[in-house]
Design a protein around this ligand. Structure first.
Ligand code: NOJ
Length: 751
């Protein structure tokens, strides 16, 4: 009998252990932890890999063994992450596993196009899939957490990090943000091939004054809420598990010390329950920002703002204990952060098996596998934007065995095609444009080569050879643009033309009278007026990743009909920047058809961009019919806007049909146009399809000057077309006002 009771008790005890919730497990562990161990969990250090700032602690392995580290970043390879994990698990008192983070931005080893390039595809499924593949490769090497997606709306191409986002439009950024989070995190975080995503950089990092990285942000609350916040909200809706602070200040408060952002908005209003990490040494930077007199005060400000983990700065590690002792922060405030960190480690299954991600077998089988490379090639083709195609120079025909001159400093480059933030992508695995051309023309064309010039500098000594090669050829393919090293973090430019003598080389080649196909490789919108004039055909290929060469060749020779559209406006010159399609009308709008003085215009350049948001050609042509609305009035019930699109050219092709809305009169002024829908359709030549968009009242609401959200009755324009500046128009009337509700968006009331 006694035995039976014992057995039953044991069963009850063990089943209660099994039934323990994550919350209970976290709480149990927390009880056992010393204050030092807790602060250790809140500390993240870089390993020796890709480092983007000063490293403050040399020997991370020693720190791990000392229990001073909750997370490491920039460590990769299954063997190495396993070795580090073993130190944490076997050589620290409580054996809490480490969280490995890394900037897996557009692929891990199989590199996809830079995110701005991917965004040109307007293909959300492809973006989700690229993130999924990146997660599969990274997780096999032991990585649990990517610092992506960057969802900073950016309207200023001087800022080097525009390459890392989805461009200038908020609505589009929302959709891309969700797709990327879904891709990284998958549907179940406890699977060994899903990783934590991180929405960054909260907030408005993409709007530094003058486009200079890390610079001050000064902006109306209305614009913050309407333009910059929604993509972050979208990541929360998609279940993102982590957020990163931004380096910048906004209106006088550095983000890393801003409770309005992390407590009021992120947690209280949006209900985010995950973890917040700082950007690299961002707590330390509160001192030069000038809100903290020393690191101790900086640490207190960050913790009180709702920050959980300190990236690289060691401020929490070095100051928080004393701040608790002095009563500047409480241990309970620290517990809150530690709970979030431990919860994530549980969600990833690290307490059950700390080594489940570091898997040499999966690493061997999956990293850079053929299937991933094929997907990267396909996505690279989808990301190419055809900017110009005079006399249908493209696609090039191979019937008569043409002589093709492949010229330019980027034709043979295998490193620049990888772009900034290339993670563990390696030039040796990448295919250059020249290799792509060789593969596509083998036995069908003669390929000649000359470098012509370097990416930068004023050396024109290679021009003569390039001209000679061009003279011997039927057509010239010229690859020019930016090195991968001049976009990305800390890579702002005040001059956004093509560097060095590359444009001069183009001008010289043009003089040969041979058709010139310019293949542009770059990380940001550039000012391309001269090149646009000189090129016969012009392809924007961004930095397309591992399979850039074959992908560009697919487009050049017509194996793939380009369908990309620009997610950012291309200015005529840098003086127009910031320039974006969803601008306001002003009280003195300039009409180029009817110019007159004292209007809002420049004396020396038109207001219009060189290439508008949403612009991109195809080898075929599309004709748009007129817009049909299901009703010309609505009390708020959804209405539809339909349009017929016909492929009127000689090729089958895809088109991104775009719908924009304008609220003509509002309590607050409204943009001239705002993207509210798009659909990518495939049309065989001669085929017509009807595309229908549903307009819901939610698409009409906006933030007013008093920070209330709603929409007023009145007239609205609907525009549908092939780009933001080539559209058909119709209009409807909303007969009733709608209020979403007055929200507490007042930072003064922040806790
Ligand atoms: C600084 C960058 O701003 C951030 O985006 C990145 O994730 C970290 N460095 C880590 O590399």
């Amino acid at each position: 009998m006694k035995k039976l009771v014992l057995i039953l008790t044991a069963l009850v005890v063990s089943s209660s252990l099994i039934a323990q919730t994550v919350e209970e497990k976290v709480e149990n562990l927390l009880q056992k932890m010393t204050l030092e161990e807790k602060i250790g969990q809140m500390t993240q250090f870089t390993s020796s890999g890709d480092v983007t700032g000063p490293t403050l602690r040399g020997n991370v392995e020693k720190e791990v063994k000392a229990g001073n580290v909750g997370s490491l970043f920039n460590a990769f390879k299954a063997d190495y992450t396993r070795k580090l994990q073993k130190m944490a698990v076997e050589e620290t008192r409580l054996g809490i596993p480490l969280l490995f983070g890394y900037d897996v931005i557009h692929g891990h080893r199989t590199i996809f196009p830079i995110p701005l390039g991917e965004a040109s595809s307007f293909d959300l499924d492809a973006m989700e899939e690229a993130a999924r593949i990146a997660a599969i490769e990274a997780s096999a090497e032991g990585i649990h957490w990517t610092f992506a997606p960057m969802v900073d709306v950016s309207r200023d191409p001087r800022w080097g990090r525009v390459m890392e986002g989805a461009g200038e439009d908020t609505y589009y950024n929302n959709l891309v943000a969700k797709a990327r989070v879904r891709g990284f995190q998958g549907d179940d975080l406890s699977k060994e091939n899903t990783i934590l995503a991180c929405a960054k950089h909260f907030l408005a990092y993409g709007a530094p004054i003058a486009g200079r990285d890390y610079n001050t942000v000064d902006m109306s609350l209305q614009t913050l809420h309407e333009v910059y916040l929604p993509p972050f909200k979208a990541t929360v809706d998609a279940g993102v598990e982590t957020f990163m602070t931004s380096f910048n200040e906004i209106n006088g408060t550095p983000s890393t010390a801003n409770p309005y952002l992390f407590k009021d908005i992120l947690r209280d209003q949006w209900g985010f329950e995950g973890m917040v990490v700082t950007d690299y040494t961002a707590i330390n930077e509160l001192v030069p920002h000038g809100t903290a007199k020393d690191l101790a005060q900086a640490g207190v400000q960050a913790l009180k703002a709702g920050i959980d983990m300190d990236m690289e700065g060691a401020v929490f590690l070095e100051t928080l204990k004393e701040s608790v002792e002095k009563g500047d922060v409480t241990e309970e405030e620290i517990n809150v952060a530690v709970r979030r960190i431990l919860t994530l480690k549980h969600k990833l299954g690290l307490f059950e098996d700390p080594y489940r991600y570091s898997d040499t077998e999966r690493e061997e089988r999956l990293v850079l596998c053929d299937e991933h490379k094929e997907k990267a090639r396909d996505f690279a083709r989808k990301s190419i934007v055809l900017l110009k195609n005079e006399n249908q120079v493209l696609p090039l025909k191979l019937e008569n065995k043409p002589k093709i001159a492949a010229i330019g400093p980027l034709v043979k480059s295998k490193k620049d095609v990888l772009g900034a933030w290339k993670a563990k992508g390696s030039p040796k695995d990448a295919k250059s444009l020249f290799e792509g051309l060789k593969g596509a023309t083998r036995g069908k064309a003669e390929l000649l080569y000359a470098q012509g010039c370097k990416l930068d500098g004023d050396d024109t000594s290679g021009f003569a050879e390039a001209i000679e090669v061009a003279n011997q050829s039927d057509v010239i393919i010229l690859a020019i643009g930016e090195a991968r090293t001049i976009s990305g973090e800390a890579k702002s430019r005040s001059d956004i033309t093509i560097p060095g003598v590359q444009t001069e080389l183009l001008a010289e080649l043009k003089k040969t009278g041979k058709p010139v196909v310019v293949v542009l490789m770059n990380g940001r919108p550039l000012a391309l007026e001269k090149e646009d004039e000189l090129a016969d055909a012009f392809l924007e290929t961004w930095h397309l990743g591992t399979m850039a060469g074959p992908a560009i060749a697919d487009v050049i020779f017509g194996k793939y009909n380009p369908a990309g559209k620009l997610p950012m406006t291309f200015p005529r010159n840098v003086g127009q920047v910031p320039i974006y399609y969803n601008a306001k009308n002003t009280g003195r709008p300039f009409d180029p058809e009817n110019p007159s003085g004292y209007k809002s215009n420049y004396l020396d350049v038109p207001n219009s961009p060189l290439y508008a948001f949403g612009y991109g050609l195809s080898y075929t042509t599309f004709e748009y019919g007129e817009i049909t609305l299901s009703s010309n009035t609505t009390d708020g019930a959804p209405i539809t806007a339909s349009i017929e699109v016909t492929n009127t050219g000689d090729y089958d092709g895809e088109e991104v049909v775009q719908m924009y809305i304008q609220d003509i009169i509002g309590k607050s002024t409204r943009p001239l146009k705002e993207l509210k829908g798009f659909e990518k359709i495939f049309l065989k030549k001669g085929e017509t399809k009807t595309v229908t968009f549903t307009i819901e009242k939610e698409a009409l609401t906006y933030f007013r000057w008093d920070m209330s959200e709603g929409v007023e009755a009145g007239e609205f324009n609907v525009f549908i077309g092939t780009s933001s500046d080539q559209v058909k128009a119709a209009s409807f009337t909303l007969t009733k006002d709608y209020e979403v509700g007055k929200k507490n968006y007042n930072p003064i009331q922040s806790k």
